[in-house]
Design a binder for this molecule. Structure first.
Ligand code: SF4
Length: 97
């Protein structure tokens, strides 16, 4: 299995937000207040066991085209992180897939 496949499996198994598709009764209770993406990321992803995998998967697959909340960050924060992540990945000689 390629690295992206492994990351996807980790997120699919452990992603806290998966109540959206699974109907899990552990969904957090929202109080109806309007949240910025940063606030939503902080609330939604803070205790997610798949957070690191989720962030890496999104950086790998969406890059600067990323949208919404993934991996504990807003799209604005991930776009700011992306060039740094790319540079670090290049220095490590990381795999391309
Ligand atoms: S880090 Fe956030 S967006 Fe990613 S799987 Fe976990 S809860 Fe969902």
């Amino acid at each position: 299995m390629c690295r992206n496949g492994v990351l996807l499996e980790v997120v699919t198994r452990g992603g806290r937000c998966l109540w959206l598709v699974s109907g899990d009764e552990q969904a957090p209770e929202w109080d109806g207040e309007e949240l910025t993406d940063r606030e939503l990321a902080a609330r939604l992803c803070a205790e997610c066991s798949a957070r690191r995998a989720c962030l890496e998967l999104e950086l790998r697959t969406a890059g600067l085209d990323t949208l919404g909340v993934w991996g504990g960050l807003s799209e604005e924060d991930r776009r700011a992180l992306y060039p740094v992540w790319l540079a670090r990945r290049g220095r490590r000689g990381g795999p391309s897939s």
